[in-house]
Design a protein around this ligand. Structure first.
Ligand code: SRM
Ligand code: SF4
Length: 572
């Protein structure tokens, strides 16, 4: 570990590293700042800390210019992320989220691409009572953001529910094992007792240490044949291997990630590599050691280069396996065969192996809000009041009403019908396979619209699909408002990544099962050019595709883009 940044006090650490170091395990002055009645904001240092507590300070970007003209401070507000491993919550927890969204936030709920909840527009002074309510309902915002392990994803695949149940337990165990141990969260939000400040610091955080990780860290577990969690996008991924009907263990993937910066070829999205197989009882140890390798070797100087994918790409996969084996004292077995069919959701009613029913609803871009002609939020609230099973957030921003007993199915069906909740059967398959990130007006990093614009753009692509007879063909399309990649666009068959207001880069050629990156096809184009670019390719695909050929594969075979085999080849 001679050259690791953590151990080398002379390396120029990024400012965030300094903040983590001086704020005593995520405490800083957050508690005092939250009480300050003078401003709705907190300082930049505290905002950095706030992330570990599951929240970001934002301002309403729709109001920014107007407020500037009026010489007012930005309309500061907070986004709060509530996590649950695998996105599984009880009806009571659903009702709590619904309540806080109305009472403290802007009246809508966002289901995220990592199976968490987000609410936006929370005022500083509401943060404490709100986070208390979240915790009273046995959910948490701790580590929903920040340089730690984030929400552990897990395929909520209802047609394999027995196995899902077992895999889900591992998601929970991983999540608990890698949770920060600091008492700061309890002190600040739940009025827990203050620490005397004398504990040896590493005792407080046995895995993370005093400066936590160099950057966020993400884990997801896929249950083949569904790759709904986009396992190759995760820093650390597990692929469930079933043998003789039983969970034999997991293949392990390392080094995936989606983020990049426009114009900076040193940054790129990457797909994780499969490094071997472990038994279920080895999963936690492997995850912990992997996290500690990133802790010790990840780049603490340049945050853009601090993700685990760069640690691995810079040093090589063999180095990583060697380091992992040394820390474990054993080596993962050779990877076992697996096969993914897709990375999407399966909609509608499905009967699970335990005889219970699961209804997957299409939730456009994960946004739950009441509209005049579509009272989605009310409908789900009414379902939560009578439902005795669970709610499962899918990795594609959709929602499963899970574990419905046969006697209750009719009631749920009636409520879904009454409130117009839909499995999306009347929608194009393209829309059913679409995802868009939040972007404007809340995301401070957005360069272009995403969630608010994507449905309109899809409505303009859909007539082409009808013209070419493709309306029922599953094609994965994703949009983000910037290249950070929150809707995992680099894995989509068609992706639009925001460059400036109204302008996007168009990417083609991702793998239908989330197993191949796409490549830039056109740069900085507006709506008219997006439509003009896609139309001939869709027509060509409808006419010349081979039997069963997926759109992403076709765009490569037909020569629209070259195949990308590794993120290091993404920009070439
Ligand atoms: Fe993300 C930052 C929203 C999943 C990569 N992401 C942000 C912030 C917090 C903006 C910020 O830093 O100021 C966004 C808040 C917007 C808002 O107003 O709500 C934001 N990310 C989201 C969500 C809500 C998108 C969504 O529409 O669902 C997802 C919440 C996940 C969760 O519940 O934990 C979300 N973000 C992702 C994913 C997908 C995933 O994790 O599977 C990625 C790509 C995978 C990866 O991490 O490589 C992702 N978000 C980023 C990045 C780029 C990280 C990088 O490696 O460079 C940033 C920027 C950063 O960290 O500096 C970012
Ligand atoms: Fe914001 Fe960019 Fe993430 Fe979209 S991809 S939510 S614009 S950071």
């Amino acid at each position: 570990m001679s050259d690791n940044n953590l151990m080398n006090p002379n390396s120029a650490r990024s400012d965030v590293e300094e903040i983590k170091l001086r704020t005593n395990h995520l405490r800083g002055n957050l508690a005092e700042s939250l009480k300050d009645p003078i401003t709705a904001s907190i300082t930049e240092d505290e905002n950095r800390l706030m992330k570990f507590h599951g929240s970001y300070m934002q301002d309403d970007r729709d109001l920014r210019n107007e407020r500037q003209k009026q010489k007012l401070e930005p309309a500061f507000q907070f986004m709060v992320r509530v996590r649950a491993p695998g996105g599984v919550v009880t009806p009571d927890q659903w009702l709590m989220i619904d309540r806080i969204a109305q009472q403290y936030a802007n009246g809508s709920i966002r289901l995220t691409t990592r199976q968490s909840f987000q609410v936006h527009g929370v005022m500083k002074w509401s943060m404490k009572p709100m986070i208390r309510e979240v915790n009273e309902a046995l959910l948490t915002t701790l580590a929903a953001c920040g340089d730690v392990n984030r929400n552990v994803m897990c395929g909520p695949n209802p047609h394999q529910s027995e196995l899902h149940g077992e895999v889900y337990e591992w998601a929970g165990k991983l999540s608990r094992h890698l949770e920060p141990q600091t008492r700061a969260y309890h002190e600040i939000w739940l009025d827990g007792e203050k620490v005397a400040g004398t504990e040896p610091e590493d005792e407080q955080e046995p895995i993370y240490g005093k400066v936590y990780l160099p950057r966020k860290f993400k884990i997801g577990i896929a249950v083949p044949p569904s790759n709904d969690v986009d396992v190759f996008s995760q820093d650390l991924g597990f692929i469930a291997i079933v043998e003789n009907g039983k969970l034999a263990g997991f293949n392990v993937t390392v080094g995936g990630g989606m983020g990049m910066s426009h114009g900076d070829p040193k940054t790129y999205p990457q797909v994780g590599q499969v490094i071997g197989f472990v038994r279920p009882d080895q999963v936690i140890e492997l995850a912990e050691k992997t996290v500690t390798i990133q802790r010790d070797y990840g780049d603490r100087c340049t945050r853009k280069h601090a993700r685990f994918k760069y640690t691995i790409d810079d040093r090589g996969i063999d180095w990583f396996i060697g380091e992992l084996t040394a820390r474990l004292g054993w080596k993962p077995e050779p990877a076992r065969p697996f096969h993914f069919d897709n990375n999407g959701d399966r909609y509608g009613w499905v009967k699970g192996s335990d005889g219970k029913w699961h209804l997957t609803l299409f939730i456009q871009n994960g946004r739950i809000v009441d509209q005049d002609d579509y009272p989605l939020m009310t409908g789900l609230r009414e379902i939560a009041k009578v439902h005795t099973g669970d709610f499962r957030l899918t990795p594609n921003q959709n929602l499963i009403i899970g574990g419905v007993k046969t006697q209750q199915k009719k009631k749920i069906e009636e409520l879904a019908k009454k409130y117009g909740l839909t499995e999306g059967a009347h929608l194009s398959a393209l829309r059913r396979n679409s995802m868009a990130c939040v972007a404007l007006p809340t995301c401070g990093l957005a360069m272009a619209e995403s969630e608010r614009y994507f449905p309109t753009l899809l409505s303009k692509i859909e007539p082409m699909l009808e013209e070419f007879g493709l309306q029922n063909d599953d094609i994965v399309i994703r949009m983000t408002g910037c290249p950070n990649g929150c809707a995992r666009p680099a894995l989509a068959e068609i992706a639009l990544i925001g460059k400036a207001v109204g302008k996007y880069n168009l990417y083609l050629g991702g793998g239908f099962a989330g197993d191949r990156l796409n490549r830039l096809y056109k740069e900085n184009i507006g709506e008219a050019e997006i439509l003009d670019s896609l139309k001939p390719i869709l027509a060509h695909y409808a006419k010349d595709r081979q039997n069963g050929e997926r759109f992403g594969d076709f765009t490569i075979r037909a020569g629209y883009v070259r195949e990308v085999r590794s993120g290091q080849d993404f920009h070439s």
